[in-house]
Design a protein around this ligand. Structure first.
Ligand code: SF4
Length: 53
């Protein structure tokens, strides 16, 4: 099973790479924006997982 660490949307914190931000682009009818939520590198990948290239 893939984990967040392998996902292109995972951005590890510099001082603690076991934690990072999951950055997601949200598009709603009026605007599109980026949002970030804290995740752990070993969290199970979600449906938005995309392998790092
Ligand atoms: S929560 Fe999903 S989109 Fe975010 S880093 Fe993990 S696998 Fe990627």
């Amino acid at each position: 099973m893939a984990v967040c660490e392998e996902c292109k949307w995972f951005f590890a914190l510099e001082d603690d790479p076991t934690i990072g931000d999951c950055v997601t682009r949200v598009v709603d009818p009026r605007c599109a924006y980026w949002t970030a939520k804290p995740v752990e590198s070993t969290d199970d990948a979600c449906g938005n997982f995309q392998e790092k290239s």
